[in-house]
Design a protein around this ligand. Structure first.
Ligand code: HEM
Length: 280
């Protein structure tokens, strides 16, 4: 049972045409399996969260009652992207599991919405937000390693409180960047294979082998996104993380949550910095 399906070209060559569709189930079950194992671990085995250091009352007094976390533009991007992503997943995979409907047009239109929102996000994050806030650094890795050791019952110092984003969120973002860009770039080329009315159809843009590999890469990114989206929605719904989900709707966090989970030296949010737009 191969991971890729092949077909014979008119020239007698075996060329890949797309991924084997059983990978849909592998990724869906993988995502669901992860959340079941995680939920059991948190419920029965995980210890109480513990961080090193605390904030002085003087610094705490400079923190506003509600701490801005996501600007309106960042929230709009997130929800437009989420709607496009879910539409892409359902239009792509429902027909493969037996729910037949003319999906291709809905699919590429949602693909264009996703692509536009990703391009907007790249420009917004590069020039208007703190670009480096979402990429892992040495401190994150040290803290993550300490948390893992403590989780496994080994001796390790308590980790520092987080900057704006914890290490796990940064890693998740990195993986979604790779899979999202992979699906987007291959998808834009695949639009040359269908009649869109936007540009002339040109199935001869690439040879059979290149087209095949493009479809395989699109499919691999696509099934990967099934697992990633399941895991993302699971964390968004967990009771202890729900405060963060609400911040993606309303834009801010309560001061108490900020002080207990974030280090004001690593994520600076005084009234003055908020006025300068640090709430992106
Ligand atoms: C969540 C992201 C996405 C997923 C899960 C996804 C999944 C899929 C899958 C499974 C197929 C069937 C491929 C095959 O038969 O081998 C497909 C086809 C297609 N996708 Fe996507 N895709 C995504 C994003 C995009 C984007 C961003 C675009 C465009 C910008 C796009 C454009 C297309 C087109 C045009 C086809 C049809 C190709 C054809 O029938 O020849 N997709 N997609």
């Amino acid at each position: 049972m191969g991971l890729v399906e092949f077909a014979r070209s008119p020239w007698g060559q075996d060329v890949p045409i797309h991924i084997a569709w059983f990978l849909i189930y592998v990724c869906a079950v993988g995502g669901l399996g992860f959340l079941i194992v995680h939920a059991i671990y948190v419920r029965y085995f995980a210890k109480e969260e513990e961080f090193a250091g605390s904030t002085s009352p003087q610094v705490a007094a400079t923190v506003p009652a509600r701490v801005a976390r996501h600007s309106f533009a960042a929230r709009a991007f997130h929800w437009i992207m989420a709607a496009a992503m879910l539409t892409l997943l359902f239009t792509a995979f429902l027909p493969k599991v037996g729910v037949q409907f003319p999906w291709v047009t809905y699919h590429w239109i949602a693909g264009l919405v996703l692509s536009a929102s990703i391009i907007f996000h790249i420009i917004h994050a590069s020039f208007f937000m703190d670009f480096w806030a979402i990429w892992p650094n040495k401190q994150d890795m040290e803290d993550a390693s300490n948390r893992l050791k403590r989780g496994l019952g080994q001796d390790a110092p308590a980790p520092r409180r987080f900057a704006k984003y914890p290490f796990e969120n940064k890693m998740y973002h990195g993986v979604i960047v790779l899979t999202g860009l992979g699906a987007m770039l291959t998808g834009i080329f695949m639009m040359f294979r269908v009649r869109t009315g936007i540009f002339p159809r040109n199935p001869y843009l690439f040879g059979d082998m290149t087209w095949g590999l493009t479809y395989v890469l699109h499919g691999l990114c696509g099934v990967g996104l099934i697992a990633l989206v399941i895991v993302h929605i699971y964390f968004a719904m967990r009771p202890e993380k729900f405060v963060l989900t609400k911040s993606m709707v309303f834009g801010d966090l309560p001061k108490e949550y900020y002080l207990s989970h974030h280090d004001p030296e690593r994520w600076v949010v005084t009234e003055r910095s908020l006025a300068k737009g640090a709430g992106d």
